[in-house]
Ligand binder design. Structure first.
Ligand SMILES: Cc1ncc(COP(=O)(O)O)c(C=O)c1O
Length: 373
């Protein structure tokens, strides 16, 4: 042990050097968060998977530590009921309107499964989050992709025109990933009202909490009025619980019942307890959104000075027209300590950049400046 260091300091430091995992687990020292490890080890900053650099909140961490003691029990059923009740209360519906998934990814996949079993065709925009489309394809279901508008927005008119007898589900991500853009709320609402008598409209609201546009509304009200709409949400984004896999759907009790019959029920007590705590922790959510807005401003200000195009993002990422092929841009940025998003075809000279902490975004600006030279 180094002179002048307490045993705890030595353990903490060693844990940091060992990635904080092994010694942390054995000694029970306070866990070392990813950002600390990044800053100490000069690891590249993660700006590629739309994660929350601040999560989990301290309140969620406390709930997780408490839940360790419950880990020997099959106590998920009670925790799931509690989570459902809380989500119902927060969203003005009943617990019968809520289905809990192992992340909202599971809700997406099992919705694709449900549609496939119904031999339905899935209608989906050509540039969007791919989980539901991929799973539908794995099931050999037909997925009809609808081209984007010129502004890379979702073309609701064209989607409407392409609904046919076989269409049983329509996927809309709002705000969309990877563009970060919102659809016009009134347009989306009238689209859902019009088409939900023919097909289930799946509205993925994974980034709901980050939206700042005052004209935005969730599509939950349509669920409340009994329309065939599924809204999905996740604890992975603003709550910073991506690794714990908690997501949920809000839909009519009939759809929820059917969807639940396909869900694996593979939930974990630590994740559920963390999510229950985090959804009640308004301060942390506000802090995450504020910091995210600051981070976006650091990048937007820089891009504005350079005259570089980017889309209006209502999420924790930005879609930027770098005019550099992403297969070159990705490794070039990694050299400057920044991991950026994967390619989104056919937008190969664009980059999806996830927000880290505002002070870390300067690293992106500096690296980008060097790549541009
Ligand atoms: C639009 C969208 N939906 C769903 C998900 C899946 O989230 P999770 O499975 O972690 O809840 C993501 C993850 O990035 C996403 O971007």
């Amino acid at each position: 042990m180094k002179k002048g260091m307490t045993r705890r300091e030595w353990i903490n430091r060693s844990a940091t050097l060992f990635g904080g995992s092994l010694l942390g687990a054995v000694t029970g020292v306070k866990s070392i968060n990813a950002a600390t490890i990044n800053s100490l080890s000069n690891k590249p900053v993660r700006m590629m998977l739309n994660e929350n650099p601040y999560g989990p909140s301290q309140i969620a961490r406390r709930a997780m530590r408490k839940a360790f003691g419950e880990s020997n029990l099959y106590s998920m059923r009670g925790a799931k009921a509690e989570f459902k009740e809380l989500m119902a209360k927060l969203n003005g519906v009943t617990p019968a309107h809520i289905a809990v998934g192992f992340g909202s990814g599971e809700i997406l996949k099992k919705s694709a499964l449900m549609n496939g079993i119904d031999k339905g065709e899935l209608l989906s925009p050509s540039l969007t989050f791919e989980t539901i489309n991929r799973y539908a394809k794995t099931m050999k279901s037909n997925v009809k992709r609808i081209p984007m508008k010129n502004d890379i927005g979702i073309d609701l008119n064209r989607m409407n025109e392409n609904i046919n007898r076989r269409t049983k589900m329509i996927y809309l991500c709002n705000p969309n990933n990877p563009t970060g853009m919102l659809m016009n709320t009134d347009d989306l609402e009238s689209f859902c009202l019009q088409v939900s008598s023919k097909a289930i409209v799946f509205v993925d609201e994974a980034y709901h909490e980050y939206v700042t546009d005052p004209n935005y509304r969730s599509m939950i009200d349509l669920v409340k009025s009994g329309k065939n709409v599924i809204v999905s949400r996740t604890a992975s984004k603003v709550h910073g619980l991506a690794g714990l896999r908690v997501g949920f759907a809000i839909s009519t009790p009939q759809i929820v019942k059917r969807l639940e019959s396909y869900l694996t029920d593979s939930l974990n007590i630590v994740g559920l307890r963390a999510a229950i705590a985090s959804y009640q922790d308004k301060r942390f959510q506000t802090h995450s959104v504020d910091m995210n807005n600051k981070a976006k401003k650091v990048v937007a200000d820089y891009l504005d000075t350079k005259g570089i195009q980017y889309l209006d993002s209502q999420t924790n990422f930005m879609f930027i027209k770098t005019d550099i092929d992403i297969s070159d841009f990705q490794p070039a940025m990694e050299k400057y300590g920044v991991l950026v998003g994967r390619p989104f075809l056919p937008f190969t000279n664009w980059c999806r950049l996830s927000m880290a902490k505002p002070e870390q975004m300067q690293k992106f600006n500096d690296g980008f400046g060097k790549v541009l030279r």
